[in-house]
Design a protein around this ligand. Structure first.
Ligand SMILES: Nc1ncnc2c1ncn2[C@@H]1O[C@H](COP(=O)(O)OP(=O)(O)O)[C@@H](O)[C@H]1O
Ligand SMILES: [Mg+2]
Length: 355
């Protein structure tokens, strides 16, 4: 039996989404092959080994389940190769074969946890430090997409200090280059937090302030009128991207509410597009995945513009929403890979990469 440690929660605006993803993963790990431990990181950053019911992870009540919680940390000491559990009676080291970080957004998907795991010498599922950090930053991914010739919306990057020095000039030049509507987004965030669709010059400054509240770097993009397409990628050196899905947001754009609250956005798998569009998305998803040095999994998102049907790269998520009904899983399931098999493959890919 090998031992897998699932990390959930995290100091992130996507903490709750992680709880749901992690519960799905935990339920679907093959217990004949794996011993499973679960470690939660609270919103304020406490690390707790949790031995209670998976439903309590899902609904967030694990944090009140005191008899099943013990302080514990991942040790950077490679001779431990796993957890140091801090019992009242003293510390206990537990060896772990592989870590599955089911953490979305900041402090989990952005390379910080991955750096820590690399330092600790423990194999883990998903992208390494550099590819996670690059994929998290929309100014970096857009730069790489330009570099490898993957088409995307016209865009500009703006630093908080630059904006403070010349807000009016930046507003004027952005409007002239990108037109309206344009999108303002924090370079590093997720789940549409801090993203605004700007339809006129009046609304520009408040959108910039909203984005700067999340990050000191902001990305501005021309608004694309079209459909949203997503592609699930799994693999290491030979990424496999069998399926493309389509999202029709129930709101004006795919904002936080449309993603998690209203839940009335429509998903179509496979996407209702012609074969050439489908193949272009698959090919460009793999090109972006490789160029960023990704391994394990990612969901790569695109638009298909209505006017000329051109496929445009939008963003990449290295730890996408991962419940059994999330877009990433549903795409692979539709391609014939059951959810439990996805989890097993990802654990295998982690051991193959780091083992
Ligand atoms: N350039 C754009 N044109 C049209 N819609 C956009 C554009 N950029 C973002 N959006 C809309 O905003 C949503 C969130 O933006 P996205 O870049 O995916 O950030 P996040 O990482 O928060 O998901 C997208 O799903 C889409 O609905
Ligand atoms: Mg997105």
């Amino acid at each position: 039996m090998k031992h897998v440690l699932v990390l959930f929660g995290g100091v992130s605006s996507e903490h709750e989404v992680s709880l749901r993803s992690a519960a799905s993963v935990i339920r679907n790990i093959d217990r004949a092959k794996w011993t499973v431990s679960t470690l939660g990181v609270t919103k304020d950053g406490r690390w707790l080994l949790y031995t209670g019911a998976t439903e309590k992870i899902e609904d967030g009540s694990w944090i009140d389940d005191g008899e099943h919680l013990t302080s514990a940390v991942l040790s950077p000491d490679r001779s431990v190769h796993g957890l140091t559990v801090l019992h009242e009676s003293g510390a206990e080291n537990i060896r772990v074969d592989v870590v599955f970080p089911v953490l979305h957004g900041k402090n989990g998907e952005d390379g910080t946890m991955q750096g820590f795991l690399q330092l600790a010498g423990i194999p883990f599922v998903g992208c390494d430090t550099l590819s996670s950090a690059m994929s998290m930053d929309k100014a970096v991914t857009n730069t790489i997409a330009d570099h490898i010739g993957v088409p995307q919306a016209k865009w500009l990057g703006v630093l908080k200090t630059e904006y403070a020095a010349d807000a009016e000039g930046i507003a004027r030049r952005s409007a002239a280059y990108l037109g309206f509507p344009l999108f303002v987004k924090p370079a590093n965030a997720g789940s549409s937090v801090g993203v605004t669709k700007v339809c006129g010059a009046d609304a520009f400054d408040s959108a910039m302030q909203t984005a700067f509240a999340q990050d000191d770097k902001v990305v501005l993009e021309e608004g694309i009128d079209g459909i949203e397409l997503e592609c699930a990628v799994i693999g290491n050196d030979e990424p496999y991207a069998p399926m493309v899905g389509e999202i029709t947001p129930c709101n004006d754009f795919y904002d936080y509410e449309a993603k998690y609250i209203a839940a009335e956005s429509e998903l179509h798998i496979p996407a209702r597009v012609d074969e050439e569009t489908f193949r272009t998305v698959q090919r460009d998803a793999c090109r972006v995945f490789r160029a960023l040095g990704c391994t394990g999994l990612s969901r790569v998102d695109f638009f298909r513009r209505s006017s000329d049907r051109k496929v445009l790269f939008n963003e990449i998520n290295t730890i996408p929403g991962f419940t059994s009904i999330s877009m990433y899983s549903k795409m692979l399931i539709a391609a014939g890979v059951p959810y439990g098999e996805i989890v097993e493959r990802l654990l295998g890919l982690a051991l193959e990469k780091w083992g």
